[in-house]
Design a protein around this ligand. Structure first.
Ligand code: DX5
Ligand code: ZN
Length: 237
């Protein structure tokens, strides 16, 4: 199971987005873009026109995290624009199967996110429609918040759920991920790590990505969660 790091540009300089993306591109796997509409979350960031512009300048795949009330309406557009992954929130989506399929049909990976207080078990039957599960480790809306340890138990359950389903679904954490918390996340089962302030608050963002990756790789090497080998399926959930 390989570790992936997805720096969040929420903590970058919004007037210099292309440069800020370039600063992490040599080290990061993804560029995490937080789309907020001031309805689903109490903050407003950017939308499809900015993502379309950014896509022309970014050398690594773009990971769009849609914190918006109407993902059914907007999510396929981000995939059509060229995002490599589009994540929608379970709390907001009206027709998850249709919308997740539309994201995939447009050529992107489909992500499903749950907030800290939302259980993951009700979404077990949706796993075949999903390429990545995102467990929020803060209440969404702002960068720089404290990591919520209470999500770690859910992370372990989500990892077991994925293993039981036999899938190769990625498990992402987002919120408060830093040098102080990334090992706990990796040990609990996360394999894709979003980090905003821990990367863009560092004097050398690319070096911060490399350091986070090394920490997560070390923690994953002796993790107790069950890895699923490619091509093998575990017993049904
Ligand atoms: C919060 C966003 C995060 C945010 C994380 O709602 O979804 O992606 O940028 O920022 P940090 O890593 O600073 O908690
Ligand atoms: Zn995010």
């Amino acid at each position: 199971m390989s570790v992936q790091i997805s720096p969040s540009i929420l903590s970058a300089d919004f007037a210099r987005l292309a440069d800020e993306a370039a600063a992490v591109a040599p080290a990061a796997d993804w560029l995490h873009v937080d789309v907020m509409d001031n309805h689903f979350v109490p903050n407003l960031t950017l939308g499809l026109p900015v993502v379309e512009a950014l896509l022309k300048h970014v050398a690594i795949p773009v990971d769009c995290h849609l914190m918006i009330t109407d993902p059914d309406r907007w999510a396929p557009g981000y995939a059509e624009a060229g995002a490599g992954n589009v994540t929608i929130h379970a709390e907001a989506v009206q027709a998850p199967v249709r919308t997740l399929r539309a994201i995939r049909a447009a050529g992107a990976r489909a992500g499903l996110a749950v907030n800290p207080g939302t259980p993951v078990e009700p979404y077990a039957d949706l796993l075949p429609e999903v390429d990545m599960l995102l467990l929020m480790t803060v209440e969404p809306g702002f960068g720089g918040q404290g990591f919520l340890d209470l999500v770690l138990a859910k992370l372990r359950r989500a990892r077991a759920m994925i293993a039981a389903r036999g899938g190769q679904i990625w498990l992402q954490v987002d919120g408060g991920v830093s040098a102080a918390t990334i090992e706990r996340c990796a040990e609990a089962g996360a394999d894709v790590f979003v980090a905003g302030s821990a990367v863009y608050g560092a004097s050398d963002p690319a070096e911060a990505v490399r350091a986070l990756r090394a920490q997560a790789e070390r923690a994953t090497a002796h993790a107790s969660w069950p890895a699923v080998l490619p091509g093998l399926s575990a017993p049904g959930w």
